[in-house]
Design a protein around this ligand. Sequence first.
Ligand SMILES: NC(=O)c1ccc[n+]([C@@H]2O[C@H](COP(=O)([O-])OP(=O)(O)OC[C@H]3O[C@@H](n4cnc5c(N)ncnc54)[C@H](OP(=O)(O)O)[C@@H]3O)[C@@H](O)[C@H]2O)c1
Length: 245
Amino acid sequence: MRVAILGATKGMGRALARLMAERGDALALLGRDPQDLERSARDLEVRAGRGRVSFSRCDLEDPATFAPALEAAEGALGGLDAVIVSAGLFATQTALEADPDLLRRLLTVDFAHTVLFCEEAKRRLLAHRGGTLCVFSSVAGERGRKPVVLYGAAKAGLTRYLEALDHRHHEDGLRVVCVKPGFVRTSMTDGLPAPPFAGEPEAVARRVLRAIDLGWPVVYAPAPWALVMWVIRHLPRAVMRRVGF
Ligand SMILES: NC(=O)c1ccc[n+]([C@@H]2O[C@H](COP(=O)([O-])OP(=O)(O)OC[C@H]3O[C@@H](n4cnc5c(N)ncnc54)[C@H](OP(=O)(O)O)[C@@H]3O)[C@@H](O)[C@H]2O)c1
């Protein structure tokens, strides 16, 4: 499979890129820091044991980078079978309430610009009879919750967009995979108290790869979060107002 991946320098994106390189997928990395990208590309080449991993600059804060980055990935791989977006921004509710500029950046990166990037990726995949668009949203978008009012709102918008994209283009050959991680130990969650069912990036990557291969439209990872979120989705509003999560 020929795959462009935005966000492979850290966390779950890095774990997924490693798995894909090890099984022989051809990868092109997209990200904002050329030095980090080069380091990651060399690491993946060693793991794959063959071929070059290309990289190009793509910053979710700068939509002008989206088309050239995808163009470069397509050129390097000779086409695209899948585009993966694991890049994203997180900040606590307290930090976001205290800093309107950080809030503007997070809402823009996690929703508006991720959607713009997906539209560009979708256009390119559909031009060649489809492919897979796999995007990391979050369980934070499943229900309005006190600790993630703002981050959760951005991810809720992203989840709905991905659901509708699946409905609109499934017949055309586009396979949309919406990943809903629960709490996963990465640099994003560094320093936050880990809840029960916290996961590791490698286990999440294995589950996401299965979802990509089998074309699941939605995947919770780690798996127990599917049940946790089922319960949370069904709690009455009066309970949600009282509890702290
Ligand atoms: N960890 C969790 O518990 C959790 C839970 C639910 C959902 N998620 C979502 O899952 C995805 C992956 O999370 P993670 O925990 O693996 O995060 P992570 O370890 O912090 O990695 C985030 C990745 O996003 C990239 N990135 C950040 N801002 C960017 C920008 N403006 N342009 C391009 N790339 C950018 C980072 O690149 P740099 O190396 O340049 O910083 C990094 O590669 C995110 O969408 C996150 O919201 C995570």
